[in-house]
Design a protein around this ligand. Structure first.
Ligand code: ZN
Length: 440
């Protein structure tokens, strides 16, 4: 493949002997032969911060090249469902019983006591710094948006989006209970979100009036030309079928924007007939789905003095088989909804493979934290390794998937525009000043 003369540029270098998941290559060259795990071995030439060529491995090594000795290379990651505004309050607001219900109450108290810009900004930025160091280039965060909070949180979000442009592309979604759209309400919130270039979102559980509420959400978003991202059916009650209701509403209202639905846990405990009907609707509506396996494992089937039996991860393989786009994402980090988490989309992928048995075969699934979420976010540069695109790459020591997914790959190298970034993670001690107990 011609190098187009770019390798003589001052910043030129080649990553040699890289294993690349074939599904993460844009138009894999025909001469590439994938191995049994659908990995190809290639040399990736970088010039002036962009991918200049992708050749079969074996070219002559020169000074400045990186020899990966068979380690994998992925495009930088996208984390499409997070909660930066909630992040890292665990020290002052732990969840004593680990339940979803308790978490809602603790968060409400913490928010009222603390969530001013000077508290939100350092916590949200801490999350972004973690994500960046782990190799993330795009991130969508939900923002709790009740009337007394929305202006503050969206104001901080806008500042951070500007400050981080070029490092992490940031998208924001409003987060309110879906009943906030009852009785003609929600107009002001939709205006605020649209004015901030965000997405309209809500937490949705079954209610008698859910159809009308969804119609309203889609109409408010449609009128403003903004996309929708919903928390749906985060429960193990088979009676929760709001995902199907949302799909029907989007079809009924002829909503033209993108829709992503997160969680969808109740699908995992419903009958085959119910699942079929709902997935038919989701496919027809063109929804994308995001699964949050780490948070689901933490919250679902949580009982006092009992071991969880039902794990709540939605039916990602059945969805993918129907052509429904499926992503995986971090969700909460170190807050009452999830006591752990480090904004590492690769860790999420590793856990997702194990939890959802994505390894038979794993080949298509690396797209679930790269190409698929980037596509759902509608970003300009694809989440693929492609000639002409910025050399935003994650270099791993792991070669095959057993090596890759056995260790946390904490020694990964992250290239942005072809240059290695500092992957030192921020120290949790930096947050000590924010630990004061909430005023009661
Ligand atoms: Zn969430």
């Amino acid at each position: 493949m011609p190098r187009r003369g770019l390798t003589t540029a001052p910043t030129a270098r080649t990553i040699r002997n890289a294993r690349i998941p074939r599904t993460l290559l844009d138009e894999p060259p025909a001469e590439f032969e994938a191995d049994g795990e659908d990995l190809v071995v290639a040399d990736i030439a970088i010039a002036e911060g962009r991918i200049a060529a992708i050749d079969a491995a074996g070219g002559e090594r020169v000074a400045g090249d990186i020899d990966l000795d068979g380690g994998q290379v992925w495009p930088c990651l996208a984390d499409i469902h997070t909660h930066l505004d909630l992040g890292h309050i665990w020290q002052r607001a732990p969840n004593p019983d680990g339940s979803l219900e308790t978490a809602f109450g603790i968060v409400a108290a913490d928010r009222l006591a603390h969530w001013r810009a000077e508290d939100l900004r350092p916590r949200m930025e801490f999350g972004l710094r973690c994500a960046y160091a782990h190799g993330t280039r795009a991130l969508r965060t939900h923002l709790l948006s009740p009337p007394e909070q929305a202006d503050t949180s969206w104001g901080v979000f806008r500042e951070l989006r500007d400050d981080w442009r070029g490092r992490i592309e940031l998208q924001g979604v409003s987060l309110v209970p879906v009943e906030a759209f009852a009785d003609g309400d929600g107009e002001g919130l939709a205006d605020l979100v649209a004015g901030c270039g965000g997405l309209l979102g809500a937490v949705c559980f079954a209610r008698p009036d859910i159809d009308g509420l969804f119609d309203r959400v889609f109409r408010l978003a449609g009128d403003r030309g903004i996309d929708v991202d919903l928390h749906i059916d985060e429960a193990l009650d088979p009676g929760q079928k709001t995902l199907r209701s949302a799909a029907e509403a989007a079809i009924r209202t002829r909503f033209g924007g993108r829709v992503q639905c997160g969680h969808c846990c109740s699908l995992s405990v419903q009958s085959d007939d119910d699942v079929e009907r709902t997935l038919d609707g989701v496919a027809e509506a063109g929804f994308a789905i995001v699964s949050l396996p780490m948070c689901n494992l933490y919250l679902m089937d949580r009982r006092v003095d009992a071991t969880p039996r039902r794990r709540g991860v939605t039916l990602v393989r059945e969805m993918a088989a129907r052509g429904i786009p499926v992503s995986f994402a971090s969700d909460n980090c170190r807050d009452p909804f999830y006591g752990y988490g480090d904004h590492d989309a690769f860790e999420v992928f590793t856990q997702a493979v194990r939890v959802a048995h994505l390894d038979t075969p794993v080949a298509a699934w690396p797209r679930s934290v790269t190409a698929t979420p980037v596509d759902v976010m509608g970003l300009d540069s694809p989440g693929l390794i492609k000639i002409g695109e910025p050399a935003d790459l994650v270099l791993f020591r792991g070669r095959g998937y057993s090596e890759l997914l056995t260790r946390p790959q904490a020694d990964r190298v992250v290239l942005r525009d072809g240059e290695a970034i500092d992957t030192t993670l921020p120290d949790h001690r930096e947050l000590d000043a924010l630990r004061a107990a909430p005023a009661r």
